[in-house]
Structures are given as structure tokens and as C-alpha cells.
Design a protein around this ligand. Structure first.
Ligand SMILES: [Zn+2]
Length: 463
């Protein structure tokens, strides 16, 4: 007797050297395949398991297949001022004050084009979900975050824009010029508008919005508090920069009489609704408190080495304390490159630099870039893992050619120790966004030409 016809799935990724599922059992399947249907992982198997028939097959020969990497901290618009010469050797605060007047030139076209280019760059580097933290909203600039979401939809990218904000300008003792800050009422009203227009709480959502004052020192304590209350009411997540530079604690102690993480908790942010960027300078007690709150940390290794005030984030201690630690490339004007492969490799190197070779392996870095990042975004089990029912987001990394010659024994360690490597295929919700190393969406050349014109305008000298 014949059984029923096996159901046809949308996509089969077949013939991998190894599938690293990063699932609850951390299964690694030699010669594995992954089937994706209707945007979600349908099934996973090895050479002995019959794969379902598929409408489309992508070959993953010689590839390590992982869940798509997740970027938990970025300022995409900053790719308009990459490696900007007048700012490159400043401290964080000097760098910001040089760039704010340029960023005041942002408009909808700039937000759209920079997001298109920035998300494409991330996809080419094996990222399938990214946040963005856009906190510069010049007066009259239009709907910048709406423009970014448009770019993400066109590329098929899973996107978590965060509604950034600044309310303390130079006249209030802050760093930015008056033209790029807004009142608390303007910020809260626009936050609510964006969540109503774009936030999708459903499983497998392509767009989720979070609320994100730039940092506890760039907005008033009242705005920190009312943003946390609004996030609670709308059931969305909270994001900000925290403990990135020793200047921040000095500032916080002068202005609020509190260490910056105490202030963060005072204004209602010590919670599992929050994830913060950097967190280089928590003391031992603060590490424990962050773990107790369940507040996530976006570890941004390249950015920290480039501009973070000379410290190394205590990643191992944070993870041991139960903090969800994810990975972030941070804004392109500090990191200048947006490759999560490189961030994962730098996380590996920094982890070993801090605490020795036992402290971190490639599997830890992969876990931070997938499960840890998903924890920061409140999407554990949904993204950052290859298991049936999870989002159909995966990357095929080709471990081939001269950089991988001789790397025979452990494809996961080879992935970060050898290289550099970019994605052969990047699949988001079952749809290839990068195929054979090239962006699938049309229009790359034209978009780069637009980006060049806008960058030149933004970087022009200030009168
Ligand atoms: Zn940042």
C-alpha cells in the first residue's frame, strides 16, 4: 500500500557540509538539509533522512549552514559618514559633537537609501534580522523610520527599527545641537504612531518597533520614565546605549548623583523588556543586577575597540549572570564595516584576549550571534535557531578555497578562525535574499550612485 504523497515545501537547502542548528540540543548534522515552508523551518535532517520534495532547491555543498545571524545594535544612517576624516580620531563625545551637525542633514531620501544599502550589506554578511537605532530626527525631516521600513520590505529583510530620541541639546548640557532634538511630547506621540503603523507582534513578524532614547544622558529622566511606561502599555521593547564610555559615569554622577546603571534602574528600565548597547563598564554588582532584571546586552566588539573608551565588555560574566548577550555591529561611523561574521570573530578574539583560550570558542560566538541576539529582541525560539516552526532564516557559509585549505576537522571553529567569509546564500523567511554571493534585489548600482550623492551632501563642511 502506498502512503500519502509527501507534501511539497517551498525551499530545500541541501548537501551542507554541516548544519549547526543551535537548537536546544545544539544538534550539528553532517551532510544535513533544511526544508522551509511558508516562511518557517519545516524539517531538518541528515543524509539518511528523506527530505521532502521542494519547489526550489539551493545547494549548500562545502557550506556550514547556520541560523541567520541577528544584529542587535546599529545606526544604519551613519553609513553616510563612514570613516569621516574630521572625526576618526576623536573620543566618543568628540566624535559625536563633530558628526551631529552633519547628521542634522538627514531626510527621508537619506534614511531610505542608507537603509537599503546598510541592510543589503548585512544580508551579504549573513545577517537576517537587524535592529536599527535612529535617534537623530531633524526638524522637518519627515518620517525617517517609515522610509527605512520601506527599504527593509523591498529587500525582504527582517527588521526591528527602534524609535530613537534625544531631548537634551547643548543648551541643556547635552551634546547635540538644538536642531536635532525634540520635545518629550513630540517623541512620545511619534513613538506611538510608529508602533500603531508598523509593529507586528505575531510569530514570524517581519517588522517590530522598539522605543529607544539615545542614552540616559541625551534625554531627560522624565522621558526615560515615560518611554518605559509607553513601552509597557504598547507591549514593545526598550533599547538604549548604556555604560559605553567612562565619561558617561562621570557625567551621570555629576548630573544625577548616580552611577549610570543606577540611574537606568531609577527611571524604570531595569527589566527584561530592555536591551542595551555596549555595557562595557558594569561593576560586579551591576552585572548581577542586569542578570536579575533579564536586561539584554548588545555586545559590539569592533565598535568597542574602535571608540569605546578602551574597555572590554565583561561578556563571559554577563552570560554567566543570565544576561542575554547578543551581537551588534554598531553604527557604521564607528565600526565602519557591517559584517556580523566579523563581529562574531572579534567577539571570539576579545573573549580570549580577556580571559584566555578556554573562555570562548566559535560555538560561543555563534550562540551569541543567534540565540543570544534573539533573547535581546524577545524572540527566543522564533529566530536565531533552526528547528521546526522557527523562522526560515538561514545562511550558507562556503568554507572553500585557499582560506579554508587544511581546515578539515571542525567546520564551526574553521568558520571563525579562517576566512574572511561572506554568505553564499542568505535566506530570510524562506526567500533567498543573497544567492551565490550576490544580492537578489535589483538596483544595487543605482542605489550606490544615490548613496554617493547623499553622502557628499551630508559630509559637506558646516558653514
Ligand atoms: Zn550605538
Amino acid at each position: 500500500m502506498q502512503g500519502p504523497e509527501p507534501e511539497m515545501v517551498d525551499l530545500l537547502v541541501a548537501g551542507a557540509e554541516l548544519v549547526a542548528t543551535v537548537d536546544d540540543e545544539r544538534r550539528e548534522i553532517v551532510g544535513g538539509w533544511v526544508a522551509v515552508d511558508a516562511g518557517f523551518v519545516h524539517s531538518i535532517g541528515g543524509p539518511g533522512d528523506p527530505a521532502p520534495p521542494a519547489r526550489r532547491t539551493l545547494r549548500a555543498d562545502d557550506c556550514l549552514v547556520t541560523p541567520g545571524l541577528i544584529n542587535t545594535h546599529h545606526h544604519i544612517y551613519q553609513n553616510l559618514t563612514r570613516s569621516f576624516r574630521p572625526a576618526v580620531n576623536g573620543t566618543l563625545f568628540e566624535w559625536l559633537t563633530t558628526l551631529y551637525p552633519r547628521w542634522a542633514r538627514l531626510d527621508e531620501e537619506a534614511a531610505y537609501v542608507s537603509a537599503w544599502v546598510g541592510l543589503a550589506e548585512l544580508a551579504l554578511g549573513g545577517c537576517t534580522t537587524s535592529t536599527d537605532h535612529l535617534y537623530v530626527h531633524p526638524r522637518g525631516a519627515g518620517d525617517l523610520i517609515g522610509a527605512e521600513i520601506q527599504a527593509a520590505r523591498e529587500l525582504g529583510f527582517r527588521f526591528h527599527p527602534t524609535r530613537g530620541s534625544m531631548s537634551r541639546s547643548q543648551k541643556d548640557g547635552g551634546l547635540p545641537p538644538d536642531s536635532v532634538v525634540q520635545t518629550d511630547d513630540e517623541i512620545l506621540a511619534d513613538s506611538e504612531r510608529l508602533v500603531a503603523a508598523h509593529h507586528d507582534p505575531s510569530w514570524g513578524a517581519m517588522v517590530r518597533v522598539a522605543l529607544a532614547p539615545c542614552s540616559p544622558f541625551s534625554v531627560t529622566p522624565e522621558l526615560m520614565r515615560s518611554t518605559a511606561e509607553l513601552a509597557e502599555r504598547l507591549d514593545v521593547r526598550l533599547h538604549t546605549h548604556l555604560a559605553e564610555d567612562p565619561d558617561e559615569d562621570t557625567y551621570s554622577e555629576e548630573v544625577y548623583g548616580r552611577r549610570t546603571i543606577d540611574h537606568f534602574d531609577d527611571v524604570g528600565w531595569g527589566s527584561d523588556r530592555s536591551w542595551v548597547a555596549h555595557c562595557i563598564y558594569p561593576n560586579d554588582d551591576e552585572v548581577k543586577r542586569l542578570g536579575g532584571w533579564g536586561t539584554g546586552v548588545a555586545h559590539c566588539p569592533s565598535s568597542n575597540m574602535m571608540i569605546g573608551g578602551g574597555g572590554l565588555a565583561p561578556v563571559a560574566e554577563l552570560r554567566a549572570a543570565g544576561v542575554p548577550v547578543g551581537l551588534g555591529c554598531d553604527g557604521s561611523a564607528s565600526t565602519d564595516s557591517a559584517s556580523l561574521w566579523m563581529e562574531a570573530r572579534n567577539a571570539l578574539l576579545l573573549g580570549r584576549l580577556r580571559l584566555g583560550p578556554q573562555a570562548m570558542g566559535a560555538r560561543d560566538a555563534l550562540e551569541i550571534a543567534t540565540r543570544g541576539s534573539a533573547g535581546c529582541l524577545g524572540r527566543e525560539g522564533e529566530i536565531g535557531v533552526l528547528s521546526p516552526g522557527a523562522a526560515g532564516d538561514l545562511v550558507c557559509w562556503p568554507l572553500v578555497g585557499i582560506p579554508f585549505a587544511g581546515a578539515l576537522s571542525d567546520p564551526v571553529e574553521a568558520w571563525l578562525r579562517c576566512g574572511p567569509v561572506a554568505a553564499r546564500h542568505t535566506v530570510i523567511a524562506g526567500v533567498p535574499v543573497v544567492e551565490d554571493g550576490r544580492l537578489v534585489a535589483p538596483g544595487e548600482e543605482a542605489m550606490l550612485a544615490r548613496h554617493r550623492v547623499i553622502s557628499a551632501r551630508v559630509q559637506a563642511p558646516i558653514d
